[in-house]
Design a protein around this ligand. Structure first.
Ligand SMILES: *Cc1c(COP(=O)(O)O)cnc(C)c1O
Length: 492
């Protein structure tokens, strides 16, 4: 049966998966959601237990991408989750920490963080979707980044046929390693440029380019069409459903649980994408008891899950888990839609826009409280957790993963829990080193990498250590008013 996609705000027409991926966001401002969430049959589960990551991914993709052939899906999956890209056949291996804590390592991709899980496959889904929907243009991806997403997008799109990508980052606002990761990016179709100013300047510049119809026409004549690799694209959410199902299958295969036994899933959350993927997996029949939503001090979601009131009117805090420093969790809209209807979603989203706040109905509150639990920790609690896990298990976790581990401890009910680990600890080396050694007193990240490695006998990932000796390919910095001109020159 064909799977169609609807808008969460109900005012756009239904589209195919390929169209949803090409469009990214619906015309009425809503997010695309599948019209139904199919259950995985027991026989399919049984088959998956003995399969590898890529085969499992092919099965899940086939359920949602009914306008793709199985050859096309296999091609996307094999290109994305290769041994070359993820270091082994299992792109998302499970590490048993204790009898109840299972760490799902989502950071074995090229940039050492979990966004690779989606951004390695999105370019292939996107180029195939463009062909299917009759778009014969080359796609041009524009990204404004405060660090990690830009690099993950560059790695994903690098040398993918039919695409070009340009990333802008704020001149003052990314770490030295983050900058080096981007400016040394390989690929014939990539361009990277810094912008004088902060992240908002870069982001506003990109938004202006997207909103400029004249510019779109001009580049269309040259055979180009702009697109974003935004975290609300269905093509980024779908790949994330796979690893929860895969992790459960691995637990059965390892003999840790029997098939059907319920586990908890705990996710360090920002945009609500990663934990929503776990909710989809649960809705497809994966035996999940509780979904545990872990936040840092930007704890909008903790309050929302515990009270039903979403209130972004609060100070923004800069924490040591920066990828979760978010006050508007865009993907929450998809959950609200599935727990209510498009009318309510529209009302809540309008309230959010106008007052920065909304309160959901009692019915939604009740459903949320049966599905989710939520908690948060501050930076001190995060560091203490890194130290505890290191000293107790000799296992190094990054700051984001530590937020999840700490919250899981606070809420633990004895059930076996899959804890999503979203970054390699060396990626956030300064805070991790400080957490286990007490103090850092060092600012050169390459020195910290070596110190952390020597202290823990863990190897620095090559993709980070090699940066020191690589020469930058992209050295230019532009003014924010010049960004459009820079894109035009890149496409000339
Ligand atoms: C993006 C990110 C998160 C948050 O994921 P969401 O899908 O936005 O909830 C957590 N940890 C790391 C390391 C990330 O890069």
């Amino acid at each position: 049966m064909q799977m169609k996609y609807k808008s969460t705000r109900g005012k756009a027409k239904e589209v195919s998966a390929a169209q949803a991926i090409v469009k990214g966001i619906a015309e009425d401002g809503g997010l695309f959601v599948p019209e139904r969430i199919p259950a995985i049959s027991d026989s399919e589960f049984a088959a998956m237990i003995n399969e590898g990551y890529r085969k499992r991914a092919e099965r899940i993709f086939a359920i949602y991408l009914t306008d793709f052939t199985s050859e096309e899906i296999a091609d996307c999956v094999n290109k994305a989750y290769s041994v070359e890209k993820f270091g082994s056949d299992n792109a998302a291996p499970l590490h048993k920490l204790s009898d109840s804590e299972y760490i799902l390592e989502l950071w074995h991709g090229p940039t050492c963080a979990f966004k690779d899980m989606a951004l390695q496959i999105l370019p292939h889904l996107l180029t195939k979707s463009m062909k299917k929907t009759g778009v014969d243009k080359q796609v041009v991806i524009l990204v404004a980044t405060s660090g990690d997403t830009g690099k993950a997008a560059l790695e994903g799109f690098s040398d993918v046929e039919g695409t070009k990508i340009m990333v802008f980052f704020p001149n003052d606002g990314v770490s030295n390693i983050q900058r080096l990761q981007m400016v040394t990016q390989k690929g014939e179709n990539v361009n990277v440029m810094s912008v004088f100013g902060n992240f908002d300047d870069a982001q506003n510049g990109v938004k202006q380019i997207f909103g400029n119809e004249e510019f779109a026409k001009k580049i269309a004549e040259k055979g180009y069409q702009l697109s974003s690799a935004n975290s609300i694209n269905w093509g980024r959410l779908l790949p994330q459903i796979v690893y929860y199902i895969s992790a459960y299958c691995d637990m059965v295969k390892m003999g840790e649980i029997t098939f059907g036994e319920k586990v908890n899933v705990c996710v360090p959350t920002g945009n609500f994408g990663n934990i929503l993927a776990a909710w989809y997996a649960k809705s497809m029949g994966l035996p999940i008891a509780k979904l545990i939503c872990a936040s840092n001090e930007n704890n909008v979601l903790t309050d929302f899950i515990n009270t039903g009131v979403y209130d972004r009117n609060r100070g923004f805090k800069t924490t040591i888990s920066p990828s979760m420093d978010i006050l508007i969790s865009s993907n929450l809209e998809r959950l609200l839609y599935n727990l209510s209807d498009e009318k309510s979603v529209e009302k809540y989203m309008n309230e959010l826009k106008e007052t920065g706040k909304y309160e959901v109905s009692d019915k939604i509150k009740e459903e949320i409280s049966t599905l989710f639990e939520a908690g948060y920790v501050d930076d001190a609690g995060t560091k203490a957790e890194i130290k505890r896990v290191w000293e107790k298990y000799c296992y190094l976790i990054d700051t984001h993963t530590a937020v999840a581990c700490a919250v899981n401890n606070m809420l633990a009910d004895g059930r076996k829990t899959i804890i999503a680990s979203t970054a390699n600890p060396f990626k956030f080396n300064g805070s991790v080193y400080e957490a286990i050694s007490g103090s850092c007193g060092e600012t050169d990240e390459f020195v910290i990498l070596d110190k952390l490695s020597a202290m823990t006998k863990n190897e620095v990932p090559t993709s980070l250590s090699e940066l020191k000796s690589k020469s930058p390919r992209f050295n230019d910095c532009c003014k924010k008013e010049e960004m459009e001109k820079m894109v035009a020159e890149f496409l000339a």
